[in-house]
Design a protein. Sequence first.
Length: 143
Amino acid sequence: MVECPRCQTEVKVATKTWPVTFKKQDVSIVKPKFFLGMFECPKCKTKFRARIQLPEQQTETPKLQNLVETAKRIRSELIQTKKTLHEKISSLETDRGSLMLEIGDMQKDAEFRAEALEDEISQLREEIKSLKELLGSGEEGRD
């Protein structure tokens, strides 16, 4: 881990790393190597470089067994998610069927009520007509 030079926040991960060696040396001499890293502070967004030591664990590739276990875990989670989704879909289909039946019943009820209202309206119109005739005949007699 490296500290940000501006705000002293610890930055854990380098955005880029590269090896650095000294100027050309004699072939018989082992070249000392170190690594530089480019970092970006998550707090103040300052970009800076710093010398880092790469532990052997970071340079190793993940073991095949770990990758296989991770893939198996992800597969089992996906299977479980698929089962859950199928259960939800089937319950939604059941609910849909019952709602369609309920809508049909409501539609029949609404049609029955509309017919009843139409009958009542026609009766009221007939009553109005008969009342107008009665009132009209009574007015003619007064003149």
